[in-house]
Design a protein around this ligand. Structure first.
Ligand code: PMP
Length: 360
């Protein structure tokens, strides 16, 4: 069977050359006589893998030297708790920008530890836009400001990263990390679940500025303290070894294409093609405000749930899969992460056009 175009929001497509390399090395990694899955995390082979993964990410994102890269577990959802458990200062205050379902979940966890202040929200517009964040909104006593750079369900993304002055900016970058160039120095902490642009599920990447490590209360469990993992080079306990190996291959693959600059160009082309098709259509519409559009997750709707269902069924017959919108918003959503080839988006827009104009 041919591979399909999988428009899933995550876990999502991985680059085929990466899967093929993993397949080649699956039963005998570099003459070790073992699979990466069977290697000790304390072995020389794995040391090379985890160090290579870190270096690969550092190169791609141009991560400054005063930031640590941590390879953790627990998903982005665990970061919803770890961020307040580690970063809250004596004021116990944290500022949140509310842009959708994931920021809501992040705030709900933070409220268990912090006085959460929603400094601005786009709830009034059903999260179809990214509100402007200005420095005067920020409480100087806040320990951090939290944003969700890309809202996976709503299909919005920050086109400009807000300036938060001396208050560290914390970003959930789960669904757009590595999709475009980013100035890491604007952030105090970046976190992302791996299962969209990095690799398989089970790995969570945290990029944290040195001075934000080591402030957790004494009663915070070791596993939830950034310092534990930073001191141990992400080897305090057994890390998700195979997922880290896959991430390393993905980082190397992106580098071989030309890094994030090239990725951004390709991602813009893919997204532009799809938005253009939606704009030119008399059947499909996008709920998202133009200046807030995500390059990664593109929701669109037809006038009726019945037509949506027909579209989804026929799309699937052509190998265009997992296009159903999130259950909370309905309609369609095309997640076109880094590994979605341009041909996949071209096939989708061809089908959209055909569905609209040539149906009997
Ligand atoms: N934040 C965002 C923006 C997401 O898209 C997701 C997952 N789709 C999460 C957080 C939760 O991630 P995880 O499943 O890794 O906990």
């Amino acid at each position: 069977m041919e591979r399909i175009y999988n428009f899933s929001a995550g876990p999502s497509m991985l680059p085929l050359p990466v899967l093929e390399q993993a397949q080649k090395e699956l039963t005998n990694y570099k003459n070790s006589g073992m699979s990466v899955m069977e290697l000790s995390h304390r072995s020389g082979w794995f040391k090379e893998i985890i160090e290579g993964a870190e270096q690969g990410l550092r190169n791609l994102m141009k991560i400054p030297d005063d930031y640590r890269v941590l390879f953790l577990q627990g998903g982005a959802s665990q970061q919803f708790s770890m961020v307040p458990m580690n970063l809250l200062g004596p004021s116990k205050k944290a500022d949140y920008v509310h842009t959708g379902s994931w920021s809501k979940k992040a705030m709900k966890e933070a409220e268990k530890f912090a006085e959460v202040n929603v400094i601005v929200s786009s709830e009034d517009g059903s999260f179809t836009y990214i509100p402007e964040v200005t420095e005067d909104m920020i409480d100087e006593e806040a320990s951090y400001v939290h944003i969700t750079t890309n809202n996976t369900i709503e299909g919005t993304a920050f086109r400009n990263i807000p300036d938060t002055g001396d208050v560290p900016l914390v970003a959930d970058m789960s669904s757009n990390i590595l999709s475009e160039e980013v100035d890491v120095s604007k952030f105090g902490l970046i976190y992302a679940g791996a299962q969209k642009n990095i690799g398989p599920a089970g790995l969570t990447v945290v990029i944290i500025r040195d001075d934000l490590i080591g402030h957790a209360d004494a009663n915070v469990p070791a596993m939830l303290d950034y310092k534990t993992h930073s001191d141990a080079g992400s080897l305090y306990n057994t890390p998700p070894t195979f997922a880290i190996y896959m991430a390393k291959l993905v980082f190397e693959y992106i580098e071989s294409l030309g890094g994030l600059k090239t990725m951004e160009k390709i991602n813009r082309e893919k997204a532009d093609l799809l938005y253009e098709t939606i704009e030119n259509s008399d059947l499909f519409t996008s709920p998202v405000k133009k200046d807030s559009r995500s390059l990664m997750n593109i929701p669109f709707v037809s006038p009726s749930a019945q037509t949506d269902a027909e579209f989804l069924e026929e799309a699937q017959e052509r190998g265009l899969e997992t296009l159903k919108g999130h259950r909370s918003v309905g309609g369609m959503r095309a997640s076109i992460y880094n590994a979605m080839p341009q041909e996949g988006v071209q096939a989708l827009v061809r089908f959209m056009d055909e569905f609209e104009h040539h149906r009997n």
